[in-house]
Design a protein around this ligand. Structure first.
Ligand SMILES: [Zn+2]
Length: 205
């Protein structure tokens, strides 16, 4: 494989990128100067060295000079630790945060496709369950909010999580809720405006 084909193939592995778009990216890079390409390659290299994944919520954060293991939210004071909001991805978390939510989060890392039986392959179910089992009694967990998009896969994932979490919620006596009105059918949390999310949060059931 020559460098053009190789890079095109690498770009097609990006989420939502097909071969045509991948080729356009490579064409774009070909006409840039070498300083731009070198700086881009350098930024990609630094991405690994300067970031970490929070061991509690699994979101990615930038290191602040010391060896972090908790992100600013999980390690932050003034958070309502009895409320846990489960989201699909980092972008959703950031959007819920903008709506004014001040509880804690857990990033699933994906949604469960309709046809799939293998839940753990798509989301961090095991990690979620062990976190709730560990923190449920310790933090006096009051509520777990299923903050999923109003899409087909989001709905499917919510149903599976409800099934898995309901017995635990009864055992630990916390409320299991979902986003309510406000988020219209088909809307993704990532693109919803903060007011819409705030309204979906306040009408959660
Ligand atoms: Zn965190």
């Amino acid at each position: 494989m020559n460098p053009i084909e190789r890079l095109t193939e690498l770009f097609t592995r990006f989420p939502g990128i097909g071969p045509r778009q991948a080729r356009r990216f490579v064409q774009y890079l070909l006409v840039q100067n070498s300083a731009y390409r070198a700086s881009l390659a350098d930024d990609i290299k630094k991405l690994g060295a300067n970031t970490f994944q929070c061991k509690e919520c699994y979101r990615w954060s930038v290191k602040n000079g010391h060896t972090d293991s908790l992100c600013s939210i999980c390690g932050g004071k003034n958070r309502e630790k009895s409320v846990l909001c489960i989201v699909e991805k980092d972008a959703d978390l950031e959007n819920v945060e903008k709506s004014g939510f001040r509880g804690l989060y857990f990033v699933l890392g994906g949604t469960i496709p309709l046809a799939s039986e293998e839940v753990q392959k798509h989301i961090r179910l095991r990690e979620l369950l062990s976190r709730i089992e560990r923190d449920g009694p310790k933090l006096l967990l009051n509520e777990v909010i299923l903050g999923l998009s109003a899409t087909t896969e989001g709905d499917h994932t919510r149903l599976i999580l409800q099934e898995k979490l309901r017995p635990i919620s009864e055992g630990f006596n916390f409320k299991l809720s979902s986003l309510g009105r406000g988020l219209s059918t088909g809307s993704e949390l990532e693109y919803a405006d903060p007011d819409t999310i705030a309204s979906a949060l306040s009408s959660r059931t």
